[in-house]
Design a protein around this ligand. Structure first.
Ligand code: LMR
Length: 331
């Protein structure tokens, strides 16, 4: 054998040996699941359930590390971190993907999906399912939807009609649709990470915020917000996402085992989400720290009318066909 051929041969042989050594000594696949909410929420419970299920079904092969409460990454950073391979699973709210896709802005349109049954119908239908793959070209794959619930408006002064929100500062998630929603009632929206909301409310740097019963309860927003208007004006749900590179790089059997555990954990999270919202609403009422304001039909209608023009504004970005499918899901 010529000297150069010998060199190539030994190089290839040592690469093969190195690869073999890596595989045979490699430990379990570690999945870091980062999220921003407390553990006693639908997302917190779903993440813990996923860990339990996958470690049981793939013992020694897959390990899950769950990081709640923005311990690892806040909501502004987690998707960038995922694309860099620093975290493998996350379930940001559907309002937090704007940089990666515009179609998910649909879920932020105020008063579009009227209840959680309609949300499920839309998500399980062809338009909702297609959206799971809407960020594939950016390197992100949606593995499923997870419910939290409908959003309420909390504030340091009572909000009954849209004029009550005028000139008030509201924290919003990083979504232009949510900004337009508050601007439509003359309020001032501020995009801020979830981890900062309590302090912003407590120090009165902002007047209010919108969130679900479980987030308002578990993050104690009700302790620093004397009024919560039961507006049910929008939905706060999640997409469980992973990076395409990580997902496609998994051995087939491991990938299907992980997906099975994830589907079960999501079903569990969805099952408890409604109960949790009812329970947490009641706990807030019982605490007497915050008054829950129920709107009359006429008052609610004023909010609908004030916010509805937002649909038209984002129709081109979101797609009329998607909006029509969401309207149909209400029936
Ligand atoms: C928020 O930022 O208000 C929510 O997205 C938090 C969450 O993940 O439920």
């Amino acid at each position: 054998m010529k000297k150069s051929k010998l060199l190539v041969f030994s190089l290839v042989a040592s690469l093969v040996l190195m690869a073999f050594a890596t595989v045979s000594t490699a430990g379990p696949i570690v999945i870091k699941f980062s999220h921003v909410v407390a553990e006693n929420t639908p997302k917190g419970q779903m993440a813990n359930k996923f860990k339990e299920l996958v470690e049981k079904s793939l013992p020694g092969k897959v390990e899950v590390e769950v990081f709640p409460n923005s311990q690892l990454f806040g909501d502004n950073k987690v998707l960038e971190a995922m694309l860099l391979g620093d975290v493998q699973l996350a379930a940001p709210s559907l309002s937090k993907f704007e940089k990666y896709t515009k179609c998910l802005q649909l879920y932020d349109l105020p008063f579009l999906l009227q209840n959680m049954k309609a949300v499920s119908t839309f998500q399980n239908g062809p338009f909702g399912q297609k959206m799971l793959m809407s960020m594939k070209d950016k390197g992100l794959i949606g593995l499923g939807y997870l419910h939290n619930g409908l959003k309420q408006l909390s504030s340091n002064s009572p909000l009954r009609v849209p004029a009550d929100a005028q000139n008030k500062k509201f924290r919003i998630m990083g979504s232009d649709v949510l900004a337009a929603q508050f601007e439509a009632v003359g309020a001032m929206p501020l995009k801020k990470p979830f981890s900062e909301v309590f302090t912003l409310l407590q120090t009165k740097a902002i007047d209010g915020q919108e969130n679900t019963w479980s987030n308002i309860y578990s993050k104690k927003f009700y302790e620093v917000q004397p009024y919560i208007t039961e507006s049910n004006h929008g939905v706060l749900d999640y997409m469980v996402v992973t990076s395409a590179e990580f997902w496609m790089g998994l051995p087939e059997d491991i990938r299907s085992g992980i997906k099975k555990a994830l589907d079960e954990a999501i079903a569990y999270g969805n099952e408890i989400s409604y109960e949790k919202s009812v329970e947490d609403r009641q706990k807030i009422i019982d605490s007497k720290r915050s008054e829950v304001i129920e709107l009359t039909d006429a008052e609610r209608q004023l909010w609908v009318e004030a916010m509805k023009p937002v649909w038209k504004k984002f129709e081109n970005e979101i797609g009329k066909d998607n909006i029509d499918a969401a309207i149909a899901a209400n029936k």
